[in-house]
Design a binder for this molecule. Structure first.
Ligand code: PLP
Length: 383
């Protein structure tokens, strides 16, 4: 065996031994909620398509029309010839929804985070991250070559101690958090974090991948309190509730212009296909027009948590933490036997010892199926 293959095989064997080996499972999504896997039809509680917009007829039609007009791909980086006319419309729409001065669209949420953070912080800077922040925020922080420090999850007091201890050693400081935590479904204390940032001349960045379209009247986590929290760096994705693809940053005009000049993942990566941009515009139209529809995923998640006896859901994401990896896989298999897709999430996606089922609720999940799922989780998993 070649040393390269020996290396790969040994790594895979080690993962298998710890029940951490993963595989890609072919999945056909029939509509917003039903999927077909291995010849079986399952009701999915594992998609991030919170508003089921990936399958919305008007949105699909917008994508098809964009292909007919502008082609299947964009042909180059946005800074060369890839900046088709749909981008300006999307960025204007995003800025309006997030009440920001401007917006810039990246190739994906991951690319956005990998690009944004190194523009703002260099090797003399400090990045303070919530310990449960998404992996691509850590990737962006590491690419900045600055000092990366984590604070305990949602613990503003701990973040304050760390800033007091370290802020003076750095030229610039960035506080970074998920707005809605992707594996836990809870919200960040954005108000308190913004006040803390202001106290220490630090900048606050929220990743609202799971906020846009579903919390704060569809506008995201800066809009969940009684007043609008003026977060200066609101990042997010167009691939979840928006149902398309791409990432974005909403910020002031100079910050957005700086991103266009300096963000390497924007400059050195091809522009999005026109179809993705058109679909995102059509989806944002719908989200702005129909706040009652946008409120459904959280309402359905809350119906579920009440039926099971868990704390009220704050977002469409509800974790059922089991702990052991094999037990979690078994629980997922049990639910599949009952017709539900509830994917097992294992380390390193979540901390060791907290393997879980991560359930996501969407606008079109039937209430009676939610009740049936709640009964199974209560009686056969949590009891
Ligand atoms: C999914 C996700 C991303 C990545 O967005 P993509 O557009 O899928 O690359 C970033 N941050 C969080 C919190 C996410 O959940």
């Amino acid at each position: 065996m070649h040393s390269l293959d020996r290396f790969a095989q040994a790594k895979l064997d080690a993962l298998s031994g710890r029940h951490l080996r993963r595989a890609l499972t072919e999945t056909v999504r029939e509509d917003g909620i039903w999927v077909e896997r291995g010849g079986r039809r399952l009701l999915s509680f594992s998609c991030n398509d919170y508003l089921n917009l990936t399958q919305h007829p008007a949105i699909k039609q917008a994508a098809i029309a964009a292909i007919e007009t502008y082609g299947a791909g964009s042909g180059a980086s946005r800074l060369v010839t890839g900046n088709h006319p749909l981008y300006a419309a999307l960025e204007e729409r995003l800025a309006r929804v997030k009440q920001a001065e401007a917006a810039v669209v990246f190739g994906s949420g991951y690319l956005a985070n990998a690009g944004i953070i190194p523009v703002l912080v260099g090797k003399d800077g400090l990045v303070l991250l919530d310990e449960l922040a998404h992996a691509c925020l850590f990737a962006g922080a590491q690419l900045s070559r600055g000092r990366v420090v984590t604070f305990r999850h949602n613990d503003v007091t701990h973040a304050r101690e760390l800033l007091a201890a370290h802020r003076a050693e750095h030229d610039r400081a960035l506080i970074v958090t998920d707005g809605v935590f992707s594996m836990d479904g809870d919200l960040a204390p954005v108000d308190a974090l913004l006040a803390l940032a202001d106290e220490h001349d630090a900048w606050l960045m929220t990743d609202d991948a799971h906020g846009l379209g579903v919390v704060g009247g569809g506008r995201g986590s800066s809009f969940t309190g009684n007043t609008h929290t003026q977060v200066p760096l609101q990042m997010g994705t167009l691939s979840k509730a928006v149902g398309a693809y791409g990432g974005y940053l909403c910020a002031s005009a100079p910050v957005v212009d700086l991103m266009r000049n300096r963000a390497r993942t924007l400059i050195y990566s091809t522009g999005l296909p026109p179809s993705a941009v058109a679909a995102a515009i059509a989806a944002l139209d719908l989200i702005e027009r129909e706040p009652a529809y946008a409120a459904l995923p959280v309402r359905k998640a809350r119906d579920f948590t009440r039926a099971v006896g868990l704390p009220d859901a704050q977002s469409p994401i509800v974790p059922i933490v089991i702990g052991d990896e094999q037990d979690t896989l078994d629980a997922s298999a049990m639910l599949a036997g009952e017709g539900f897709l509830a994917a097992a999430i294992r380390p390193p996606t979540v901390p060791a010892g907290t393997a879980r089922l991560r359930l996501t609720f969407t606008a079109q999940h039937p209430d009676e199926e939610i009740a049936r799922l709640a009964g199974l989780v209560r009686d056969r998993i949590l009891s």
